[in-house]
Design a protein around this ligand. Structure first.
Ligand SMILES: Cc1ncc(COP(=O)(O)O)c(C=O)c1O
Length: 442
């Protein structure tokens, strides 16, 4: 990633970024945060964030989707405040908040009988992958081109690949052992034949198929029902596990995640992000028979983690899930706002004669700059990245925070309103016209 050039910028944010670069590599703690102005955010409340120079933005970035109820949602912050000063971190036995959180997850996620806590989605996926390998005694993990499942070795490959590297060898990092890269094989989303081919090529070697049920790390590819059903059938027939990585879709699209919507039960489910509305909490859930392979239950798969189940994270998770359970209208509202945004964007691009397709599900939306239909990553290779990035950059410059990187999605939270959506659409009309008139669509 190229460091953002902020030379000549005399804003407070630019000065702080310079200071950050002295002590933090590149000035940021995650590479995709380095995307130009605003460089430093200082306040967050509801649907808005404010930068170090006092400029307010309507936030569709939502901390990569970790914010679901709006920033600093009082119901979550109050629960966290109440947790501070109580049983903080003991590392002995279990605490009541951990039991309460697991009970809520088991009640809400259809395929969950037991859960373990983690601090991030990457950790939850790492546990799922190791558990799947232990249970099946097989080495390979099948993932889809375009799916992102965190930064650890087993899955850090083939997300937004260039056409030359898509479906081939495309690790996200140096420093990953060849064995780890080669132990993950790549298929095409919504294409069962590509999955069958890999099973033929690697008979009895695939431990698990892992997927984001809606691959939101490339915007929003909506799964075809037959595809998900087919995955369920193949994995069961072939003796592999099916892992739904619901780190983005979980709690966001429905209380029970996308598995509640599609009616398909994976063997294992990972979740995180929105579950704690901005506090670090994640987890892995599945049936008792699989989960009791963890060493905590006398099994042979290591379960460890100093901060697992800590009081603050658990309190945030309990408060968020309880709120969602008690306010089912949250889903109606955010889905309706998402529909309003997609319909509005669709009308604007057709009015302006721009070849673009609004995509998304529920409160998540994206605008692909290509003709439809879009079923899998192969179709996204036609996306005009220059126009996609310019659209997001220009919207951010106008005060609508949208991550200006290829295929990044946008999130609507409980704090967004109809008026916010309408204002966004008004700005989008001007921005899209400028993208067209500047010749970025060819
Ligand atoms: C689907 C999915 N899985 C796993 C992860 C990793 O989660 P974390 O960043 O909390 O480690 C992400 C992060 O973006 C994700 O989108």
């Amino acid at each position: 990633m190229t460091p953002a050039d902020h030379t000549g910028d005399t804003s407070t944010g630019a000065k702080l970024l310079t200071a950050a670069r002295d002590v933090i590599p590149g000035g940021v703690n995650s590479a995709t945060r380095l995307v130009g102005a605003p460089y430093v955010l200082t306040e967050a409340a509801g649907a808005y964030v404010t930068d170090a120079d006092g400029r307010r933005y309507l936030d569709y970035h939502a901390a990569f989707g970790a914010i679901l109820l709006g920033h600093n949602a009082p119901v979550v912050d109050d629960a966290v405040r109440r947790a501070v000063g109580g049983i903080d971190l003991v590392g002995w036995g279990v605490t009541e908040p951990e039991i309460e959180l697991a009970r809520l997850v088991v009640e809400t996620i259809p395929s969950a009988e037991q859960m373990i806590s983690a601090m991030s989605g990457s950790e939850a996926v790492a546990q799922a992958v190791r558990l799947a390998r232990a249970v099946t005694d097989r080495p390979l993990i099948l993932k889809f081109q375009g799916g992102f499942h965190g930064w650890q070795d087993a899955v850090a490959r083939n997300v937004i690949s260039t056409p030359e590297r898509a479906y081939g060898r495309d690790p996200l990092s140096r420093g990953i052992l060849d064995d780890a890269i080669e132990s993950t094989v790549i298929a095409e989303f919504n294409d069962l034949d590509s999955v069958h081919e890999l099973y033929e090529r690697y008979p009895e070697r695939i431990a698990a198929v892992i997927l984001e049920p809606i691959p939101h790390n490339v915007g929003a590819l909506v799964p075809e029902t037959e595809f998900l059903q087919g995955l369920r059938t193949i994995t069961a027939e072939q003796g592999s596990l099916l892992i739904f990585d619901e780190v983005i879709t979980g709690f966001r699209h429905a209380l029970g995640g996308y598995q509640q919507i599609c009616g398909i039960r994976p063997d294992l489910t990972t979740f995180g992000k929105a579950m704690g509305n901005g506090y670090p909490i994640a987890g892995l859930a599945g049936p008792r028979a699989l989960m009791e392979r963890f060493s905590s239950a006398g099994g042979d798969v290591l379960l460890a983690g100093t901060f697992n189940g800590n009081a603050v994270s658990s309190a945030a998770g309990i408060a968020t899930i309880t709120y969602l359970r008690d306010h089912p209208d949250f889903y109606e509202r955010t889905h309706a706002l998402g529909d309003r945004m997609r319909t509005g964007l669709g009308a604007i691009v057709s009015e302006l004669g721009i070849p673009a397709v609004p995509a998304g599900f529920g409160g998540v939306f994206a605008l692909y700059f290509t003709e439809g239909p879009i079923r899998g990553y192969r179709d996204l290779l036609r996306d005009n990245n220059e126009a996609y990035v310019a659209f997001h950059r220009r919207m951010t410059d106008r005060g609508f925070l949208m991550l200006p990187l290829a295929l990044k999605r946008n999130h609507i939270s409980a704090a967004h309103t109809e008026e916010d959506v309408d204002r966004t659409l008004e700005a989008a009309r001007d921005v899209l016209r400028s993208v067209r008139d500047d010749g970025l669509l060819s």
